[in-house]
Design a protein around this ligand. Structure first.
Ligand code: ATR
Length: 279
């Protein structure tokens, strides 16, 4: 039996077992995917003993993504730039680490907004935390000319420019509304709008009608930001897609089958988040 897991601290809320469990069953694979709580103090041990414990690899979530980056062989240049790992796998006796958050974001966006062209575009990203890092890197890799980053704590936006270069434009949080003009894409990567958190309070007046709006928050499935954007005619892409799409490559690395993000999988996870979900 092939084993994989997701590690974090705490880990009880991860929906990854639901996603991978669905694919394991669908493809008739003799495998398992479990949640493993791993304290920061035992992280290095856990990673070092992955193979001995019979794992093909694991997903890594909060708060371990940066620490695991320092514990594995980095698999690719994109992960090297990010400094964070969300997927670990064994290959030729080595423990490799990669990051699938960026492709999860882009592939979700391609599904939700097929006409969006990011090459030579201008985007605005709200937030400069861990999730923002992967999102900004992914948008730059798609060839955007400028990614403006507005963050409550300005220094963290400045750090993104230092990491990724001059196409990142750090702006003040209160400048975000003015920056919406000429944007092709608006992304919320802050926790604002999440269940139990305050709403994101942003007037979309200046945002072009053809711009796409997306939120990485997926509890609720549709945030107020997305509702407001849709109401004024913008194409919106929901946050759940990133969670589903980031899981694809890990599954294929561990279990040897490239799975698909189907409407059935989407609805399964959507119902787990909101039992009242209906298409
Ligand atoms: P994640 O890994 O999900 O990105 P994080 O690294 O803690 O989590 O980042 C949370 C993001 O939400 C940050 O950009 C944070 O802004 P700060 O860097 O100023 O903390 C943003 N955020 C959280 N609460 C906020 C609030 N009330 N107003 C504005 N931004 C907020």
């Amino acid at each position: 039996m092939t084993k994989a897991c997701v590690i974090g601290w705490p880990i009880s809320h991860s929906r990854s077992p639901l996603i991978h469990g669905y694919w394991l069953k669908l493809h008739g694979i003799n495998g398992s995917y479990t949640r493993q709580p791993v304290e920061p103090s035992s992280l290095a041990d856990f990673i070092g003993r992955l193979e001995g414990a019979g794992y093909a690899g694991c997903n890594v979530t909060i708060p371990h993504k940066e620490a695991v980056f320092g514990l594995v062989t980095r698999a690719d240049a994109s992960t090297e730039r990010l400094g964070a790992v969300n997927t670990v796998y064994l290959h030729n006796g080595k423990i490799l680490g990669t990051n699938t958050d960026g492709e999860g974001f882009i592939n979700s966006l391609k599904q939700g907004a097929p006409g969006l062209e990011l090459a030579n575009s201008r985007a605005l990203v709200l937030g400069a935390g861990g999730a923002s890092l992967a999102v900004v890197n992914a948008i730059l890799e798609q060839g955007a000319n400028e990614v403006a980053v507005a963050n409550r704590t300005r220094e963290k936006a400045d750090q993104l420019r230092m990491r990724f270069g001059e196409r990142v434009l750090p702006i003040r949080w209160d400048e975000a509304e003015d920056h919406l003009a000429e944007c092709s894409l608006l992304v919320n990567t802050t926790s604002l709008g999440m269940k139990g958190q305050p709403d994101l309070d942003l007037r979309l007046t200046r945002l072009p009608q053809k711009a796409v709006v997306t939120d990485i928050v997926y509890t609720p499935l549709r945030t107020r930001l997305l509702d407001e954007a849709a109401a004024r005619g913008n194409i919106v892409s929901e946050g759940l897609g990133m969670l589903l799409h980031q899981a694809v490559r890990g599954f294929s690395l561990w279990f040897g089958v490239m799975p698909q993000v189907t409407p059935e999988l989407h609805d399964l996870v959507a119902r787990d988040i909101d039992p009242a979900f209906a298409r």
